[in-house]
Ligand binder design. Structure first.
Ligand code: LMR
Length: 332
């Protein structure tokens, strides 16, 4: 009799915990470093909305913007440890994951325009790069766009010689490190959340970023001159911890994949306009001066940064450069 009571109690406990599990939503912590009001910020919120809708509330997505949960380097470590499930870092920050090949996308003047970038990433190169993450326990889900970089300082940057001796904050890529060095400047890696203060206090003289990031982080308020050079592209890879992703029930994973596909289409469709609007707002603020390069000045910059291409081979390897060259019909 006593045995029976114990068995019944155990069964009741198992049932209770089972039903509690069935009721409790799966939580996805999605951490990123930019403001909500940017292409990536809006994309993350769109994913949350669609993921919760398509899974009928079985998944809850908690979005932590603006480095509120983790800063650049910490977020990658947190993903590997499983403390956070989803991130969308710029691909310039993938070296700590042991995937330096992503940095090839930071080569200066690589993508002629948005359409060229978009087509390339939908091709072989996008898939090939994601394969590099698999052995690290990371799964790549999507590429999100954020347009082209401008560059700024407290003086006009019109000719390569204007960069000489200036300290520039870069986000992590050794390719960016190299092209700033080609220009005679001193690059320094720094977390995104620290850039405003570093510019304000003169720890660095300048930085590069897209209009939406300048506007939402107020970089334009602490930089007198911005050159709308669009010299390199900024893209994100939305990544998840593979153990978490592969451990999801298949129907849930399918619904989340659809939510990600739809959120990706949305994000990539707004990125250009978001950046155009941000540039207009920066101009309207009157807090900085915008400079545009003539064709001849652009050629000066391209020539000055050309050595980065040769150097890149030793950093990212020939294979990724060949893939890019094939996709973009370039010689590298
Ligand atoms: C940066 O650190 O400059 C950017 O990559 C931030 C971002 O995620 O757009």
């Amino acid at each position: 009799m006593r045995k029976l009571i114990v068995a019944a109690a155990v069964a009741a406990a198992v049932m209770a915990s089972g039903s509690a599990m069935a009721q409790s939503p799966i939580i996805i912590k999605f951490s990123h470093v930019v403001a909500n009001d940017t292409p990536k910020g809006k994309g993350a919120l769109k994913f949350k909305e669609l993921a919760e809708k398509y899974t009928n509330g079985k998944v809850k997505v908690e979005v932590y913007p603006n480095s509120t949960l983790y800063k650049d380097k910490e977020e990658i470590e947190a993903l590997q440890l499983g403390s956070v499930q989803m991130l969308a870092p710029s691909t310039a920050k993938f070296a700590p994951l042991g995937a330096k090949e992503f940095e090839a996308l930071d080569l200066p003047w690589l993508f002629k325009d948005e359409a060229t970038y978009d087509k390339a990433m939908k091709g072989e190169i996008g898939k090939w790069l994601f394969k590099k993450l698999e052995p690290k326990g990371i799964t790549g889900l999507a590429y999100w766009d954020n347009g082209f970089h401008m560059v700024s300082a407290n003086k006009p940057l019109i000719h390569p010689s204007d960069f000489k001796g200036l300290k520039f904050r870069i986000s992590g890529s050794k390719i960016a490190d190299r092209y700033f060095r080609d220009l005679g400047s001193i690059p320094q890696i720094m977390a995104f959340s620290e850039v405003y203060q570093a510019l304000q206090t003169g720890v660095v003289d300048g930085c590069e970023n897209t209009p939406s990031n300048y506007l939402t982080q107020k970089f334009h308020e602490v930089q007198k001159d911005i050159t709308v050079s669009y010299h390199a592209h900024l893209q994100y890879a939305v990544i998840v911890n593979s153990k978490f992703w592969n451990g999801l029930p298949p129907d849930i994973r399918q619904q989340l994949t659809k939510a990600m596909d739809d959120a990706t289409d949305y994000t990539n469709s707004i990125a250009t306009k978001e950046n155009e609007d941000a540039l207009k707002a920066i101009k309207a603020s009157g807090k900085t001066t915008l400079h545009y390069l003539t064709d001849a000045e652009k050629v000066e910059w391209q020539k000055a940064m050309q050595p980065t291409y040769k150097w890149a081979k030793g950093r990212v390897g020939q294979e990724v450069l060949d893939l890019l060259a094939k996709e973009l019909h370039l010689q590298m």
